[in-house]
Each structure stands twice: as structure tokens, then as C-alpha cells.
Design a protein around this ligand. Sequence first.
Ligand code: SF4
Length: 365
Amino acid sequence: MSQALEKNQDKVNLLGMDLDELETLMECWGQPCFRARQIMLWLYHRRVASFDQMTNISKSFRTELTQRAEIRFPKLVARTQSQVDLSVKYLFELTDGQQIESVLMYDGDRVTVCVSSQVGCAMGCQFCATGQMGMIRNLKAYEILSQLMAIEADLDGPKTATNVVFMGMGEPLANYREVIKALRLMIAPEGLMVAARKITVSTVGLVPRIHAFTAEKMKIGLAISLNATTDEIRTRLMPTNIHYPIREVLQAGKEWAQTMRRRVTIEYVLIRDVNDSLTDARRLRHLLHGIPSKVNLIPYNEIEGVQLRRPSVEQVERFRQQLADGHYVAPVRLSRGNDISAACGQLRTIYNSAGFVLDSSSNIV
Ligand code: SF4
């Protein structure tokens, strides 16, 4: 019961506990087993912030809960909204003072929340601001889950997101246990009840973890961040390619797609004069041959201090057309929130001696 052991001022945090953990806790506290399900429904369906609101629980046990437990949400430190596409970047502070970012994006009827899975990231992808931070720590399941819950609580109108993507700070499959736990709580009938098919986990391609994820047989989508068609270029952009080269990563993606009977998403960040040639497009077609897949093309979002550049609109279109000629549907995804540094690969909290602060370019609303 790892969650129960994580205490703040001797209080047990109930947020992030699953049914088994709550049942064990209730048993320890001499409570009937059904209390666990009651609490779970208050936490994840009704999303209450205090035990006083759990009105079908006796007053005496609510008092005991207040003394022994807590519902720990991260603190919302800043909220910045794009003037261009209305996407919102959220900065949350965790109990230990670390900070993470999450993004809310609108696209027609689609309301997508992009969550972080780690503070910083060890993968060191050259094109990514989070990668420049280095790895600080893994997030706990409740810290992942509560990003979605806090953003949904902030929404005007319908209070649920239609989609959730694990494409924020961190490599989700490197924080495997907590990410899987958060996913289970997101899709559980007693949990947040997000449709599994509306959730996507994105990975750089940690092959053994993709195999483990496949074995979970969760109906959750998988995206592979590919970004190159030769191992030489990919290793330059993504150092993990040394351990897991392109063909191995794609083979793992293919096995996932075949097992789950779904298409694996291939994310391809287009970078000028690095991976955006028509030869690259033809090689990509060749690499993806026989793999149930769909490709998202993402023109690179430039970040300070990195020499990589975004290709021209014409070159992006030529690349897309080359794929289309091979019958690959490859929509160009223009990232949301570019003006607030919330676009794909731009999430980063900047450290200074006073602690982590929001990127100074951001416009707090
Ligand atoms: S792209 Fe993802 S895996 Fe790579 S450094 Fe950035 S956060 Fe980490």
C-alpha cells in the first residue's frame, strides 16, 4: 500500500488510492469493506475536496478521516492562456515544491488535457525543452491523476475532457508503475471513467516497456515518437536510440498494434534539413510498410538555446504529399499554445535560485 505510506504531517493521502488500497486501509482502521467503495466514489466521481462533503458516511468517521487522512491536490501556481488558440498552460506545485506543467487544448469539439508523468526527463531528446532540464523525479499516480482533475474543475461548461494524452513533461513508460496505476484509476468504473480509447500514451520507444504495456491489454492508445528514418539521425536527436534502434522500436509498436487491433500512432517532428527531406519521407513509407499505423507530422516548435529550425510550410506539404502518394494519411498537427510555450516539446519550468518559476515569457491570467 505504497500510497498509504506516503504521509504528510502524519496524514494518509487518499487521492490516488485504488479500491484494493482503500479496502486494506479501511480494514486496518476497523471499518467495513464497503466504505472503500463509498470513499472512492466521493473522490473520483463527485470529486469532493473535503471529508465533510461525504454525506453518506457517519459524522464520527468523517471526523476520524479529517484527523487521519487528506485529499491532496497539487497547488495551482499559474494559468496562462494562448491569445491565438485559447489553449491553457497550467503550472502546478507539488508537496515537495517541485513544479510541473500540463496543457488544455481545444480543437473543434475535442477538449484534450496533456499531462506530465515526471518532473524533468532523463531521455535528453535534443528538440525538447523538458529534456534540457534533466531528470528530477517520477510523479506519483495521484500527481498525474490530479492534473486532469484540477484542469477539469477549472473548465467552463462541460466539466470533462474528451481526450487525455501523456505527452507532457517526462517519458511515461520510464515511470511505468505509477503511470499504469494512474491509467487504471482514470478508466475504472469507480475511478474517473475516462474512455480508454480516448487516452494516448506517448513514448520515445522503450522497447521492454512497450512489450509490458502490450501485455497489460488496456484499450489505451500508444504513440511512438519516431522523428527520424535513420539510426544515425535518430540517435543524434534521441539518445535512447542507441539502446532501442528504429527497427526494434517499430517492431514493438507493430506487435502492440496487432495485439490490440489498433493502429499505433507515429509522431514525426519535422526539423529543417535534419529529417524533412523527400528521401526521409520515402524511407518513412518503407519503414512503416506492414505496420498498422497512422502518422502525425509536427513541424518543430523552436525553443531558446537549441539550434534546430522549423521547416517551411512548403517543405512540410511536400513531405506530407510524399507520404500521401504512398497511401499514408499523415495530417500535419500544428501544436497548440505556441505563444505560451505550451506546444509540443516546449514544456519546461525554469529553475533559478528562488526555486522553479514560470517561464518569464508567459502571460499569467
Ligand atoms: S520528448 Fe519526451 S522523452 Fe524526450 S526529452 Fe522530452 S519529455 Fe523526455
